[in-house]
Design a protein around this ligand. Structure first.
Ligand code: B12
Ligand code: SF4
Length: 455
């Protein structure tokens, strides 16, 4: 009999969480690869909104769902962890009830190992809670932790997560290491991983229902922005064959009737004529009526008239541009990603291609060490004036990034000792006075979005 594995997507513990096409894509890739390697894989998704028993669980309100498969998660308010008591907002565990999680764990009688993923560094309480329950259900089964918290906060994870083993590699290497660790020599063998095209399609079929599919056409990013972890997670920029991407999209659409796809790429449009445009041009000819979403920002520089036209024709919705700031000095210092005039040109190209105003948004970073509130406000006004809806993205400091030392120096929180303080809601690298002004900035962005959507 093939060995059984339990794969877990843990809860989110946070002040806010929203299903903006949020799926544990890394874990689903790992699940597919392990299945192809001969393991029997059980997935427990703590963020499952379709679990039938949740409807009967007291204390939980049915999560509302919105457009294109997005929406709220199940949620239960929990006590704030030490250090966050002063924040005047409810803190919740997002996802199914712990009782139901335990029940799901107990359904697998004799697993050989439990593998658990992690995302945001400050979401580790969900990882810890899930591992504690794994110990209860399966005391002698090894627990292996991978994903971003494991990679970015290795020492913290070793001390506090409760896992037996921590996998700190990123990309395909993480999968290779996990397979070696599981040391199984059955008769079935998955493809050796030499390129991204050797990866099987992520195992979305293990989810109870598929509302949308997340797609990764590349790993890494050629830029080196000082606030971003992408270059640490995937130091090389790797891309899939456009034909393989097409095969995957057709597979989910034909076999599972999926219409909504969210790209998880860090650099979807970079060198687009040799990559994503090849796939999109073929897709347009098939006229399948699909919708594509880019919850991660697109690179402003890459939105040429041709690219704007093609992504519109292909069915892109909810465009998000990575503006970050309208201050050229900050761009020179932090990311070198936008030169003067490029944002205006990108928005114009999108409008000319037929995107309505309410589908063009710009992410604006707020809370960077040393950044002023005026600079954020100027950027909000600038984005709206140019014709893009302003969306604030509060800065989350990330260990090992070039901006980290500066973030540590400027933060009133002990961000090096406690990942909970990386939470973007805290604006951890701003002093109290600027934090107090933040609701006004948020309000201004909201007002402008409202005005723009009625105009
Ligand atoms: C997609 C994405 C999102 C999506 C949602 C993702 C989700 N599942 O919920 C959206 C757009 C909603 C999002 C939002 C945000 N995000 Co985000 N996001 C990403 C992104 C680009 C990709 C993550 C991903 O899925 N990658 C693809 C998979 C295949 O890779 P992976 O998960 O690393 O998995 C691989 C390995 O780690 C391994 N693996 C994974 N799990 C396991 C388990 C085991 C056992 C093993 C062995 C291996 C393994 O296998 C995989 C195969 O290669 C990362 C950046 C990046 N490049 O990673 C940022 C990132 C995670 N986000 C980040 C941030 C800051 C945010 C926001 C706070 C932004 C903001 N200010 O608003 C919000 C917060 C969201 C919220 N509160 O709900 C930061 C992390 C910050 C932190 N302190 O941890 C990152 C790193 C980007 C950055 N700035 O550098 N995000
Ligand atoms: S362009 Fe985006 S993904 Fe690339 S390094 Fe900069 S912030 Fe990260």
């Amino acid at each position: 009999m093939e060995p059984e594995l339990v794969l877990i997507n843990p809860w989110i513990h946070d002040f806010a969480a929203y299903d903006l096409w949020s799926k544990p894509l890394g874990l689903l890739y790992l699940a597919a690869y392990l299945r192809d390697s001969g393991f029997k894989v059980h997935l427990i998704d703590c963020l499952d909104i379709h679990h039938p028993e949740m409807m009967k669980t007291p204390g939980f309100l049915q999560p509302t769902r919105r457009k294109y498969g997005t929406g709220k998660f199940w949620r239960q308010e929990v006590v704030k962890p030490p250090g966050l008591e002063h924040i005047p907002r409810p803190y919740s565990r997002y996802g199914i009830s712990p009782k139901l999680f335990l029940k799901e764990l107990q359904k697998v009688k004799n697993p050989s190992a439990i593998l658990i993923t992690s995302m945001m560094t400050y979401w580790y309480p969900g990882v810890k809670e899930a591992i504690a329950l794994c110990r209860k259900a399966h005391p002698r089964v090894p627990v292996i932790l991978g994903g971003l918290y494991a990679k970015l906060c290795e020492h913290h994870a070793l001390r506090f997560s409760g896992a037996d083993k921590i996998i700190t590699q990123g990309g395909m290497q993480a999968i290779k290491v996990a397979v070696e660790m599981l040391d199984y020599s059955g008769t079935k063998k998955a493809k050796a991983l030499t390129s991204l095209d050797d990866l099987p399609f992520p195992a979305f079929d293990l989810l109870r229902a598929i509302d949308y599919v997340c797609i990764l056409t590349s790993m890494g990013c050629p830029y080196r922005c000082k606030y971003c972890a992408s270059p640490l997670i995937n130091p090389r920029f790797l891309r899939r064959d456009p034909a393989h991407i097409m095969e995957e999209v057709i597979y989910w659409h034909k076999d599972y009737k999926i219409r909504d796809f969210a790209f998880y790429d860090d650099a979807l449009l970079v060198d687009s004529e040799n990559h994503i445009c090849i796939f999109l041009e073929k897709l347009v000819k098939l006229n399948l009526g699909l919708r594509f979403h880019t919850p991660n920002a697109l690179h402003v520089k890459e939105i040429t008239p041709d690219v704007a036209y093609l992504i519109n024709k292909a069915g892109f919705r909810t465009i998000r541009l990575g503006l970050e700031t309208s201050d050229p000095g900050m761009h020179r210092e932090l990311d070198m990603k936008i030169n003067e005039g490029e944002f205006e040109r990108a928005v114009r190209n999108l409008q000319n291609a037929g995107f309505p105003k309410n589908e063009i948004g710009a992410y604006i970073l707020a809370g960077l060490p040393g950044q002023s509130c005026e600079s954020v406000l100027d950027t909000i006004e600038f984005a709206a004036k140019v014709g893009a809806m302003p969306y604030l993205a509060e800065y989350s400091p990330i260990p090992h990034t070039p901006l980290w030392e500066n973030a540590v120096a400027q933060s009133e929180y002990d961000i090096s000792a406690e990942p909970l303080f990386h939470n973007n809601t805290l604006l951890p690298c701003w002093p109290a006075q600027k934090r107090a002004f933040f609701p006004k900035l948020k309000q201004r962005a909201r007002e402008l979005r409202k005005e723009m959507s009625i105009r």
